[in-house]
Unconditional design. Structure first.
Length: 270
């Protein structure tokens, strides 16, 4: 919290050109860099609870994937390879030799691919509610989770609840749920078309994570109906670091349980 007369954290906003569009970003704070990659329901604004806290000790970089406001994309359909290349382009544009990457849901597709393609650029990797381009079914026996998740998603749809937040968050934190919906609806991307391409892009086997050269942490919400927590547990075992399963939390630990999420980032990133 700022004291009277204390300057706010240093902040920079900008855009840089990519093939077919522009990527918008914000940089806040100073120190080792953390780049946050948002999910399908997000944008650079999604990390509003992380940046003020972590920017006291880190250089926090948030950006909007191409096609997600205020970034642009004039060459649909959106491609997953383009997302990863844009993230590498952001590191280059900001002249960051390396950074910790935090990927939430869809953001995990970008972060995992960068970690695999350019491991020297990734100091640490956090995969929140995601296995990225890894098929979660190859990581663990999901049991009846798919059926239970489908039932819960249908129930949420009937109640006007965003599945990435879930019933508990909508009930206990209605203001957060409303804000999440507003951020989600600000995107210009064709999400209905993008979602199946994301699912089709999960072609890597779970064993892929064993080749990750950097410290890696998997995080999942205990009540997630979008990504199976069992997959996070299994993948955490493969990288030699137990996954963090956030209790009483859905698909968005960073949004629903921000204080705990920030604390685990601090603990992991040092």
């Amino acid at each position: 919290m700022l004291r009277i007369g204390e300057r706010s954290l240093p902040r920079q906003r900008g855009r840089f050109a990519r093939a077919g569009g522009e990527i918008a970003y914000e940089v806040t704070g100073e120190g080792p860099a953390i780049v946050f990659a948002h999910g399908l329901g997000g944008s650079h604004l999604s990390w509003w609870q992380q940046v003020p806290d972590l920017a006291r000790d880190f250089r926090c970089v948030t950006f909007a994937h191409r096609g997600f406001h205020p970034s642009t994309d004039a060459t649909p359909p959106l491609g997953l390879d383009g997302f990863a290349e844009d993230l590498l382009g952001l590191l280059d544009h900001l002249e960051l030799p390396d950074a910790a990457l935090v990927g939430q849901s869809m953001g995990g597709w970008s972060c995992l691919e960068v970690a695999l393609r350019a491991p020297g650029r990734v100091r640490a990797l956090v995969m929140s509610a995601t296995s990225g381009t890894i098929d979660p079914r190859s990581a663990a026996d999901l049991g009846d989770w798919p059926e239970r998740a489908a039932e819960a998603a249908a129930r949420c749809a009937g109640l006007g609840i965003h599945p990435a937040m879930g019933e508990r968050a909508a009930r206990e934190q209605p203001a957060l749920h409303l804000l999440y919906r507003g951020i989600d609806e600000s995107a210009e991307a064709d999400k209905a078309a993008l979602r199946p391409r994301l699912m089709a892009g999960r072609t890597r086997p779970a064993e892929t994570v064993r080749s990750l050269a950097m410290p890696t942490l998997f995080v999942a919400g205990e009540e997630d109906i979008v990504f199976p927590p069992a997959a996070a547990r299994a993948l955490g075992g493969m990288v030699g670091r137990p996954a963090v399963i956030v209790p009483e939390c859905g698909h968005s630990p960073y949004f629903e349980r921000a204080d705990g999420f920030n604390a685990l980032l601090r603990d992991f990133l040092g």
